[in-house]
Design a protein around this ligand. Structure first.
Ligand SMILES: [Zn+2]
Length: 233
């Protein structure tokens, strides 16, 4: 299934308000756009053949869920971390600096690729114990990290097989920090990415109950360029 880039996608679907394309997947447990389920199950099968147990840590996320995360961070109810992962004293930050600090780790509500059902965060359960708490950090995916063999396999399959999936946050481009565990199903996600324009996002933020609204709107062009525009797959 591919989105013709000219096919209009409702802005409610772009921003996680509507979910009529979603399917519940029992194994691996997740909620995704119905067009992504088959390709994901193929990827899981390939992982199984290679001795891995592909699981989904996070899949579809609503606007309201992302809004709750954002507002909790903006109001100090949830820690805001610096680039090295240490908690920041947000009382020392300007509103603009607080907005950008939150954006380093959390998407702006309306602009998360998880709103589309085309994107998911994955890990491998074959080499971890039952009580291991998955962090989703780069350290887990390299060197002696528990998911390093899985990511080595994933590098190869994404490069050499036509899975449709790619890593939109593979590199640090000065916005979102690298997230090698985040996969996007390009044949659908590219259409969403092209239609989620700055003006669609501006309208959504203007009408939402979001904290730091003025600082977000004043800096939206920069936010859009640095954190929303990532390479298409
Ligand atoms: Zn993700």
């Amino acid at each position: 299934m591919t989105n013709n880039p000219n096919t209009h996608i409702d802005t409610d679907l772009l921003c996680g308000i509507d979910n009529k394309e979603l399917m519940e997947v029992p194994s691996p447990r997740c909620r995704l756009h119905r067009g992504v389920v088959g390709p994901l199950l193929h990827l899981c099968e390939a992982a199984r053949d290679a001795g891995f147990d592909l699981q989904v840590a996070s899949s579809y996320r609503t606007f309201d869920r992302q809004l709750l995360i954002w507002n909790n961070k903006a109001s100090g109810h949830r820690p805001v971390l610096d680039a090295a992962g240490r908690p920041l004293d947000i009382s020392c930050l300007s509103e603009r600096d607080l907005v950008f600090a939150i954006l380093h780790w959390s998407a702006l509500p309306g602009a998360s690729r998880h709103h589309w059902g085309t994107d998911l965060d994955i890990y491998d359960r074959s080499l971890i114990s039952e009580d291991y708490v998955v962090q989703l950090t780069v350290a887990e995916t390299i060197d002696a990290g528990p998911f390093a063999p899985f990511h080595a396999w994933l590098n190869d399959i994404l490069e050499n097989n036509n899975t449709g999936f790619y890593r939109p946050y593979a590199l640090d481009l000065g916005g979102v920090s690298p997230e090698p565990w985040h996969l996007s199903y390009a044949p659908l996600a590219n259409g969403y990415a092209q239609q989620l324009t700055e003006s669609v996002l501006r309208e959504r933020i203007e009408t939402s109950d979001i904290q730091l609204k003025h600082a977000i709107l004043d800096n939206l062009t920069e936010i859009y360029q640095r954190f929303v525009c990532v390479p298409l797959g």
